[in-house]
Write a protein that binds this ligand. Sequence first.
Ligand SMILES: Cc1cc2nc3c(=O)[nH]c(=O)nc-3n(C[C@H](O)[C@H](O)[C@H](O)COP(=O)(O)OP(=O)(O)OC[C@H]3O[C@@H](n4cnc5c(N)ncnc54)[C@H](O)[C@@H]3O)c2cc1C
Ligand code: SF4
Length: 328
Amino acid sequence: MLRLPPFSYHRPVSVAEATGLMSQYAEEAMYVAGGTDLIPNMKHRLFEPAHLIALKSVSELSGIREENGYLRIGAAETLAEVARHPGVQKLFPALSDAAGHVAGPQLRNAGTIGGNLCLDTRCTYYNQTSFWRGALGYCLKKDGTVCHVTNVGKKCVAAHSADTPPVLMTLGATITLAGPQRKRRVPIQDFFIADGICNTRRTPVEIVTEIRIPLSAANRRQAYAKLRQRKSIDFPLLTVAVSADVEGDGTVQSINGVVTALGARPRALSGWDDLAVGSTLDADMIEELAERAHQQCHPLENLIVDADWRRAMVPVYVKRVLEKLRTT
Ligand SMILES: Cc1cc2nc3c(=O)[nH]c(=O)nc-3n(C[C@H](O)[C@H](O)[C@H](O)COP(=O)(O)OP(=O)(O)OC[C@H]3O[C@@H](n4cnc5c(N)ncnc54)[C@H](O)[C@@H]3O)c2cc1C
Ligand code: SF4
């Protein structure tokens, strides 16, 4: 049985109290929301914080409502709540779909959308017990000096493995971060960085308090698809999200796509507007967009499934998701 390392548990009720505690304990503390990712990682000794600062009782982090032209989702809302919320289902069905496909029901009842945004990257050589990792001499991301995926010591390329961020990116969402002194808003496309060791611009003291999605994005057609080993529980091997503005006669005004679970951050696909704007999304166009995505995606051997096969699945899933978008 894997045991948790010892820690003190704090349950603040406000952002000010939570960030105050984090400032006090600094490197010795971590935030915990649903704990569905952090707790297993602690059991694997990937993190051993002496203090856990729980976010579930922080009232500013709850609630899903329309506010000043945005749908505002509190970061501590569970994935289950996001998936079944009537406003999310009506305005942003792809987000409801993505949240409803994370892990399994128990984990969605505990895991939060804020935790999903801050999810640690994953890798075959990292999400293992300390004994397993030690037998291999550990790795660059934790306790070692070499990356076993690239065989050099320079960069961690562990995979961003969260389902909701690609959808949020196609919808132009913004993330609110609160520190002890100030609050700031970051467009989600600027939130992630290509560093598998720490793949967001959030500083350790900052809390993700809310996600804001412009209500204007509700007019866009949107769709999401996920490749995983089994139809439940498993993390994504590939996630594809798309959204498009389409005129009544079917002419595309704008289109964007985001893929993830390949590298350390979600990737916005480029060149789609050039291909599709002014045209209709017929079978030939879908084929061309899928081929453009294939050219841009080069997964590494960072997850348990063969990278060449995952690459071959990119156009397959892009086509599926575009077909879904065409018929929404
Ligand atoms: C078997 C299994 C399968 C899973 N499958 C999937 C899957 O298919 N897709 C997927 O996306 N995820 C999956 N997960 C991961 C996880 O359940 C979800 O990503 C979930 O949304 C994490 O949220 P949480 O609240 O539990 O995060 P926690 O575990 O509490 O925290 C995760 C990280 O985020 C930080 N954090 C949490 N909330 C905040 C906040 N508001 N501000 C700042 N930092 C914060 C924590 O400090 C920690 O570093 C799976 C997990 C398991 C165990
Ligand atoms: S990508 Fe390399 S450095 Fe990162 S977790 Fe995997 S083996 Fe470690």
